[in-house]
Design a protein around this ligand. Sequence first.
Ligand SMILES: Cc1cc2nc3c(=O)[nH]c(=O)nc-3n(C[C@H](O)[C@H](O)[C@H](O)COP(=O)(O)OP(=O)(O)OC[C@H]3O[C@@H](n4cnc5c(N)ncnc54)[C@H](O)[C@@H]3O)c2cc1C
Length: 178
Amino acid sequence: MAGTAVLGRLTWLVAEVVDVVTETTRAKTLAFDVPGWLRHRAGQHVDVRLTAEDGYQAQRSYSIGSARDCTRVELTVERLDDGEVSPYLTDELRRGDQIELRGPVGGYFVWEPSQGGPLLLVGGGSGVVPLMAMSARATLPRATPRRGSYCRRATGTTSSTATSSSGSAVTASRSSTR
Ligand SMILES: Cc1cc2nc3c(=O)[nH]c(=O)nc-3n(C[C@H](O)[C@H](O)[C@H](O)COP(=O)(O)OP(=O)(O)OC[C@H]3O[C@@H](n4cnc5c(N)ncnc54)[C@H](O)[C@@H]3O)c2cc1C
């Protein structure tokens, strides 16, 4: 598929943390400087690999939140309390720390401004991250219809936000049993 990076050809790159931004109580955006990084498309992701001192390795995928032309790779990670990798990324990583990542990966969920509109972005939870990259590239003519719908789960509630091309936003919450 066009635009799909072939994993076998990807090499692990050293990524240095250059910024950490707290987004919510559970999510942080990590910005990395990655020498040798290839350009990516909005919607692609990276594989992150952590290696412990005893050689144990853990690998997870994270969507790229930064716009295509951004030289930095930005990942927004939601902390899962009982997770193996996300608590380390959100709680332990500091500026100057280094991890390994490879990418960009994936060509099946990408969007380019050249594809035109109308644009409908729908996501939930950490699925908002690739939509952030797409929004950052949304240099469509002003008259082009665009809509966004986002849903996230908080303790005991589910909240959803819809935005329109006019920039207005509507947020609704409801009780949830999960
Ligand atoms: C293409 C792609 C893009 C992604 N993008 C993002 C993103 O932008 N942001 C983001 O935050 N996440 C993203 N993810 C999810 C991310 O890859 C991780 O899955 C997430 O961070 C959890 O990893 P973890 O190591 O913290 O949790 P894990 O250790 O993998 O655990 C996840 C859950 O499974 C449970 N579990 C683990 N092992 C078992 C077991 N043996 N039996 C039963 N339950 C078990 C854990 O208790 C936990 O609740 C993406 C995933 C994919 C595939």
